[in-house]
Design a protein around this ligand. Structure first.
Ligand code: SF4
Length: 119
């Protein structure tokens, strides 16, 4: 789940009965970002068999507010880890923000993007 860079603090929600459509829309938000913490970098790098610094150098960039790192996006806005069939190539170790959406947080933008939340 990419988070709009200017997103206000996430609202806590209680989602029940949510069924992901696996449309990948939440990973394609044009100006969205996926921040990665040191722990998340270590987790993903280990999964990929990469040194943490190599992962940082190749797969992350500085967030727009220059307060930390985020995963890279493709020119069309899609997260680089999203496959053509809308799977996450790092699903088992993906960042917490991706892992917990929409079960622990959502916001107005994500509710517009996600068809599963629109119902
Ligand atoms: S890391 Fe995976 S779940 Fe998170 S935005 Fe990228 S493709 Fe989507």
């Amino acid at each position: 789940m990419k988070v709009p860079a200017n997103m206000p603090p996430a609202s806590k929600v209680s989602v029940s009965g949510f069924a992901c459509r696996q449309c990948g829309a939440c990973c394609r938000i044009k100006d969205g970002i996926v921040r990665v913490s040191d722990a998340e970098i270590a987790r993903i790098a280990a999964f990929l068999g990469m040194a943490e610094q190599a992962f940082i150098d190749r797969e992350t960039e500085i967030a727009p507010d220059r307060r930390g790192l985020m995963l890279k996006s493709r020119p069309d806005g899609a997260c680089v880890w999203l496959t053509d069939d809308n799977r996450c190539r790092i699903h088992s170790v993906k960042p917490d923000k991706c892992r917990t959406f929409p079960y622990e947080w959502t916001n107005a933008d994500s509710q517009k993007v996600c068809p599963g939340l629109a119902e």
